[in-house]
Design a protein around this ligand. Structure first.
Ligand code: ZN
Length: 228
């Protein structure tokens, strides 16, 4: 477990990921201070966007915490963090509509979301075991097959993260288009919306990049050993 050439790239990706997380908070806070002209709260925007898409039976519920916003595909509910639920800022309306974007994806069976849901039970099982297998495989050279098995399991998690990317970008694009079309935001306000949504998307990109680079590193180690 010495320094591997790939570690250099992984460290860069890790720094990018820290910066992305730092930036998403900063961008969210900045645009939280800017009220939308329509005066809508995150809740109102989400409710109206759901109704406009025939999703009257999907509830919008407040949840505690910051940036805890999500769409629950099992309960079929949009859950918004309290600041997003109650405030009428660019940030609140953007995040609320992004989560509705996932509810719409669910309704129209957006292929990448369907794939993500199908992968989830598998990834849930494999992602817990993968690090143990990889660690054991790295530590005990004679058990290279453990590393190989760990790589297969870890690949599922990486594939899941990669499938998440189009799902996230698509939810944001749906949100932006509908927000303008429905008059939740003006054209001038779209710039702020894009900043908030892009900052959030970057955190997913950085996380996927780290995993992908780690996977490549393990494959390289596995191949080197196999060739010895
Ligand atoms: Zn999302």
């Amino acid at each position: 477990m010495f320094f591997h050439p790939m570690d250099f790239l992984i460290i860069i990706a890790f720094v990018l990921s820290l910066w992305a997380q730092f930036r998403v908070k900063g961008t969210f806070n900045k645009w939280s201070d800017v009220p939308v002209h329509s005066g809508m709260t995150g809740y109102e925007a989400a409710r109206r966007m759901l109704d406009a898409n025939g999703l009257h039976d999907v509830p919008v519920e407040p949840v505690p915490g910051a940036l805890t916003d999500h769409y629950d595909p099992i309960a079929r509910a949009v859950r918004l963090s309290e600041p997003v639920y109650y405030e009428h800022s660019i940030s609140a309306v953007s995040v609320a509509c992004h989560e509705v974007g996932h509810a719409i994806q669910h309704k129209v069976h957006y292929p990448m979301l369907v794939m993500r849901h199908r992968m989830f039970p598998v990834v849930n099982l494999t992602s817990g075991v993968a690090p143990l297998l990889i660690l054991a495989g790295l530590f005990f050279q004679q058990f290279n097959f453990l590393l190989g098995l760990g790589i297969i399991f870890f690949s599922a998690a990486v594939a899941f993260q990669l499938v998440t990317l189009p799902v996230e970008f698509n939810a944001s694009n749906r949100a932006r288009d509908l927000m303008v079309a429905e008059g939740f935001i003006t054209n001038d306000e779209e710039r702020g919306v894009a900043k908030v949504l892009n900052a959030a998307a970057l955190t997913y990109v950085a996380a996927a990049l780290i995993s992908l680079l780690e996977l490549i590193k393990y494959i390289m180690i596995f191949n080197n050993r196999s060739n010895d």
